[in-house]
Design a binder for this molecule. Sequence first.
Ligand code: SAH
Ligand code: TMP
Ligand code: ZN
Length: 404
Amino acid sequence: MSGCRVCGGPVHEFADFGRQPLSDAFVDPGGTGDEFLFRLAVGRCARCRMVQLTEPVPRERMFRYDYPYRSSQSARMRRHFDRTARTLLAGLPARDPFVVEIGCNDGGLMPAVDAAGVRSLGVDPSVLAAKAAADRGLRVRTEFFDAGTAAAVRAAEGPADLIYSANTISHIDDLASVFAGVDRLLAPAGRFVFEDPYLGDVLSQSAFDQVIDEHFYLFAVGPVRDAARRFGFDLVDVEPLPVHGGEMRFTVARPGRYRPTPAVGAALAREDATGLTGAPALRGLAAGAERVRAELPALLRRLRAGGRVVAGYGATAKSATVTNYCGIGPELVAFVCDSTPGKQGLLTPGSRIPVRPPEAFADPYPDYAVLFAWNHAEEIMAKERGFRAAGGRWIRYVPDVRVV
Ligand code: SAH
Ligand code: TMP
Ligand code: ZN
């Protein structure tokens, strides 16, 4: 790679997960079987410390017509968006406020914004996901958010008081284009709020499966503060979030407009004290991944040798990294259940494990189930109480391999 996407500095690789498929490119069992592969590796910029993929994939390959992920599959996330809307809408001006959501997928924050009677617009390039949002009566532009899209929105609708984005800004390799778009679109006193997996939580849990094609960046507060400044904005607030295995919500505004909250300084001090973006902490991620690669397939082989049936739960994008890095295919995990209609009936990328609807889980229950959707553990374990009651056991691998 030519250099850091944020500052042009040299990027030093610290973990390499080898040849990988696109994490949301599920395979048609009746198709040609051809898959696009790339080298999944992650590094840190020596100058601005931003942690990023070293070999990015073109955005059109990932966020295409039938990109299958659907936000609405998680009840907890629906509640998270409702709560978030209540908090963020309270800070908007009284007169005809306008909210733009980048990467709204099939709804995101917008249903709650609409329900509050606030004008909203989603921007998402994945055609079927955006159509699902439109079918719910939401207003969506089926486009990538960048400077051009932002200018068009501004011309058509006026400035945005809030630009919100969940689990999307880290998916966009060209951060400069995001901030250029925000600059065109954001009202003078507006806020740009985005939330993504936090490097601190990824490292503390050795959650190496957060490294996927779509997670172009793993954000920490220091590098995001510096990137915002470079692109002409201030980081004015941060808030840790418990969703998706630990995230950070970043609030950005035009320079000098708001005084940064004490949470920003506290988070920066904590990151410095723990050496979060330093080489030793980052090397821990590769070591954690190797541990899982040594232990998880061995456990599955033992169980299979003993005649046990093992399934998976949650055909997550993250699980592509785990199964392909660890060499786990249908001979070790017979099938994986997932509630997303666009994944069912297909095979997991690379590892080619059949994806079945959740109803298949109890028909009959397997002996063991690998919880690939570990970030939805509470919701799934509550929903699938019957599995434990029938003697089934969950296999976890974050933060380490264990049977529960
Ligand atoms: N916000 C949702 C969806 C996250 S998945 C949630 O938190 O659950 C990421 C979404 O971002 C996908 O729907 C994808 O199509 C969209 N996306 C990717 N690049 C984008 C871009 N440049 N502009 C707008 N949306 C983008
Ligand atoms: P995510 O970790 O990227 O959000 O993906 C979670 C996957 O797990 C997604 O494909 C939907 C699936 N899922 C279920 O099958 N059942 C559930 O109860 C939940 C919450 C998610
Ligand atoms: Zn840099």
